[in-house]
Design a protein around this ligand. Structure first.
Ligand code: F6R
Length: 598
């Protein structure tokens, strides 16, 4: 949420900032802005709307200077507007600041500053920090920023420049992500390493409480009391092409299409017995008495898939929890428990808080994350990376698939009695199965035409198919804005069946052969009320094919793999419905990728 970019070095900052913002736009897209420092001249340009509005506004403009910061906003305090857009400045326009996060005590600070005679032009919490910096100026930017930060409550990644020390940028991090890119006599700052990958793959992931002072393309890191700290410079092996559209119309589409290749990477090196690619070995995992899978949104849906697998293989109870609920409960977690936290970004605030809770109560935490060096990866006891490359589309697709596959690989690795009845060879075949499943696209486009103008769409399934239904409905909702609801098929008759009428689309997946008869009966129930049924299955689900109005046929596979590939048509349905309706697919309204606020 909110994208931050910063530059200090010999080059003209403007194109670097604009490029970086383009790569960060998925984090927030209601307004954007830049500040460039040219000696005592502080240039601030900001505009409400998508980044293109700012780009148009800056067309043909040229600014001197070697220091710049840029921001793309996802509104928390105050509506999207030019005035609320970042960067924010103090009353004398000597400080420019960009911020990701929420300053919880901003209103108290603002009252004090107003009483002292300072003015405010925006409704944001961030402007308060800009004015605080000016009112508490000590003569040194780093010292002033850390002094001000001591009084801030909440979360932040802050980046500050000032005309008073025009060769410096000072940035600090508390809960909101901030990465330093280390180039040749130049330093970059970003909320996400993918934004600066085109310049360098050498990154320093700042920790909570770190402050960095950047002077003329060099940097030093300090704690809030100005003790210098050394942080490791890491090489990130993501390719820049992975963070680009590469000719595709939308990132989401590219990310769906590239899934076979990406899943190959998730699997690579891990599909051998005693694989070193698996962070927790069976003898360790056997000592755990309970497993908590904790995540949000799509990652939570992926966790529902893992529950059945781990329970079967390890014979211990597994509870799948929404991180936003879990963190405010008093769950009975102990030091014999394993927490599996799942996240694409590794920066989701609720998942981080839930991880802290697990750790405080003595659980061992294994993180399944995609973003290398992310907060969750660093705070967990063990990490298994998904390796699906940067995911830019707000609607998660390839990361979800990576989460399913990573959990299957983990379960297989621990399954010495072969309770899952699946071979390594079958698992290795997933990329091929995903590729074949993508061949249903032409059929999906026709289906999408039939449902794109409907108001309500239901997704049903039993067992692992219910987990899929939840994800299929979420995908459709978030990018097409149609009302979609997922139901455990057996629950229909307990209430929701009342909503089924002539022509209501019901999408059903039938990957679980042992539940096929039961699900088929539920399909009969909705058919009897006039539903238009779209079923996803394979040769084993002929019964379903017979009674459905449209049938999407997938390759035959082991039932666990059938579940995994059944998400492909659901992703494509969401994509094509949104496309037909002309929606903003990569940047759906009200949403942003990486939810770093509560
Ligand atoms: C939906 C989606 C979100 C995320 C959720 C958690 O397509 O992407 O529901 O899954 O915000 O994000 P991560 O996985 O980054 O923790």
């Amino acid at each position: 949420m909110c994208g931050i970019i910063g530059y200090s070095g010999p080059k003209n900052p403007l194109p670097i900032l604009i490029n970086g913002l383009s790569r960060l736009e998925y984090r927030g897209y209601d307004s954007s802005g830049i500040a460039i420092l040219d000696g005592a001249n502080l240039i601030v340009e900001k505009k409400e709307g998508k980044l293109q509005v700012l780009k148009d506004h800056l067309e043909g403009k040229h600014f001197n200077g070697n220091i710049g910061v840029g921001h793309t906003r996802w509104a928390t305090h105050g509506v999207p507007s030019d005035l609320n857009a970042h960067p924010h400045t103090d009353n004398k326009k000597e400080f420019a600041i960009i911020h990701n996060g929420i300053i919880e005590n901003y209103s108290e600070l603002k009252d004090e500053l107003v009483n002292k005679g300072f003015n405010f032009t925006s409704e944001t919490d961030t402007e308060v920090v800009a004015v605080e910096l000016s009112s508490k100026w000590t003569g040194n930017l780093l010292q002033t920023v850390t002094n001000v930060a001591k009084n801030l409550k909440g979360t932040f990644a802050l980046v500050v420049t000032t005309t008073k020390e025009p060769n410096k940028i000072v940035a600090g991090r508390m809960m909101s992500p901030l990465v330093l890119g280390v180039g040749d006599e130049e330093v970059f700052l970003a909320s996400d390493s993918a934004a600066i990958l085109e310049h360098t793959n050498k990154m320093v992931f700042l920790e909570n409480g770190d402050f960095v002072e950047i002077i003329d393309g060099t940097y030093k890191i300090f704690d809030i009391n100005l003790n210098e700290i050394k942080r490791e410079v890491q090489d990130i092996d993501w390719e820049i092409s992975e963070a680009e559209k590469s000719g595709y119309e939308h990132f989401m589409y590219k990310e769906i299409i590239e899934q076979p290749e990406m899943i190959e990477k998730t699997l690579s090196g891990r599909l051998v017995e005693n694989s070193i690619g698996i962070p927790i070995q069976l003898n360790e995992v056997r000592n755990f008495e309970k497993i908590w899978i904790v995540a949000c949104g799509t990652a939570y849906h992926a966790g529902l898939f893992g529950k059945d697998l781990f329970e079967k293989v390890l014979g211990v109870p597994v509870s799948v929890e929404l991180a936003s609920e879990f963190r405010y409960r008093e769950p009975i977690v102990g030091n014999k428990d394993l927490g599996i936290v799942i996240s694409q970004s590794g920066e989701t605030m609720d998942t981080i808080a839930a991880t802290e809770l697990l750790k405080e109560n003595g659980a061992h935490v294994l993180a399944l994350v995609n973003v290398v060096g992310s907060s969750l990866a660093r705070m967990s006891d063990s990490v298994m990376y998904l390796h699906v490359g940067p995911e830019i589309g707000v609607a998660s697709t390839k990361a979800y698939l990576g989460m399913l596959v990573a959990q299957l690989v983990l379960a297989k690795h621990w399954d010495i009695e072969n309770k899952l009845n699946i071979t390594f060879e079958e698992i290795k075949n997933i990329p091929k199965l995903v590729k074949e499943s993508l061949e249903c696209e032409t059929e999906i486009i026709n289906i999408a035409k039939g449902i794109s103008k409907k108001n309500d769409i239901y997704f049903i399934g039993r067992g692992l198919d219910y987990a899929l239904a939840a994800e299929g409905a979420l995908k459709l909702k978030e990018i097409s804005y149609l009302h979609a609801e997922a139901l455990a098929a057996g629950e229909l008759k307990h209430g929701t069946l009342a909503l089924i009428e002539e022509g209501t689309p019901v999408i059903v997946t039938a990957s679980q052969s042992h539940l096929l008869d039961k699900t088929t009966s539920n399909v009969q129930e909705v058919k009897a009320r006039g539903a238009f049924v779209i079923a996803v299955g394979d040769d084993n689900s002929k019964k379903m094919e017979k009674i459905s109005d449209q049938f999407i046929s997938l390759p035959n596979a082991h039932s666990l793999l059938s579940t995994i590939i059944s998400i492909i048509p659901l992703q494509l349905i969401a994509y094509h419905v949104a496309k037909l309706n002309g929606e903003s697919i990569d940047q759906p309204r009200n949403l942003a990728k990486s939810v770093t606020v509560e």
